[in-house]
Structures are given as C-alpha cells and as structure tokens.
Write a protein that binds this ligand. Structure first.
Ligand code: HEC
Length: 96
C-alpha cells in the first residue's frame, strides 16, 4: 500500500517537473506581480499609465531592464523571457 502511494507520488512529481520547461511566460502575470504596485493600465500611479507609455518596444525593454529615475531596474530580477513577455503585454495594452 505504502509503496503504491510512493510510486504514484513519484510519477506525479515527474509529471510536474517535465511540464514547466515549455510553458510560456505570462506577461500579464509578471505585470500583476512586479509592476502593478506602481503602474495601472489607464491611470497614473507611482509610475505612468501603461497606455501612456512609449510605443517603441525597444525603449520599453531598456527602461525595464536598466531602470530610469524612480523606475527600478529589473535586469537582474526578471529573466529575458519574463521581460520580453511583459513588454508584449504592455504593447498589447496600448490604446490611442
Ligand atoms: C517602485 C515603483 C515601480 C515599479 C515596481 C515599476 N515601475 Fe515602471 N516606472 C516607475 C516610475 C516612477 C516610472 C517613471 C520613470 C521616469 O520618470 O522616467 C516608470 C517608468 C516605466 C516605463 C517607461 C515608460 C515610458 O513611456 O518610457 C516602463 C516601460 C515601465 N516603467 C515598466 C515597468 C514594468 C514592466 C514594471 C514591472 C516589471 C515596472 N515598471 C515596475 C515606477 C515603477
């Protein structure tokens, strides 16, 4: 009985471990975890509203990676994939 449970648990763990490697990073999730305290989509908080941000994704990426004034730098806190995902998310929220 115990052995069966152990085997089932091991199989479940292996299943879990095999999954995340291919999972895509969710930019919206990165945003709500790391950025939402200072940025909102359509109003100014500590930082500018997402819809008023620069539309050049290269500028967005540089600002997020290196920081600017009171905008913290995320180059060492987020992976390249996470930064790219959050940049696409910001770009998708632009309205004019
Ligand atoms: C501690 C508050 C704070 C956090 C957390 C924060 N920001 Fe900022 N952000 C700012 C401030 C303040 C500015 C304005 C900087 C300036 O005056 O140049 C800014 C500016 C920016 C800009 C530049 C906008 C433009 O038009 O050039 C981008 C892009 C940006 N933030 C994205 C993000 C992202 C993405 C995150 C999360 C990974 C994040 N910020 C987290 C405060 C923050």
């Amino acid at each position: 009985m115990k052995k069966t449970i152990l085997i089932a648990a091991a199989a479940a763990l292996m299943g879990l471990a095999a999954q995340p490697a291919m999972a895509e990073v969710d930019g919206a999730k990165v945003f709500s975890k790391k950025c939402k305290m200072c940025h909102a989509i359509d109003r100014k908080k500590v930082g500018p509203a997402v819809k008023d941000m620069n539309t050049d994704t290269a500028v967005l990426k540089t600002t997020i990676t290196e920081g600017r004034k009171s905008m913290p730098k995320f180059g060492s806190k987020l992976s390249e994939e996470e930064i790219d995902a959050v940049v696409s998310y910001l770009a998708s929220q632009h309205q004019d």
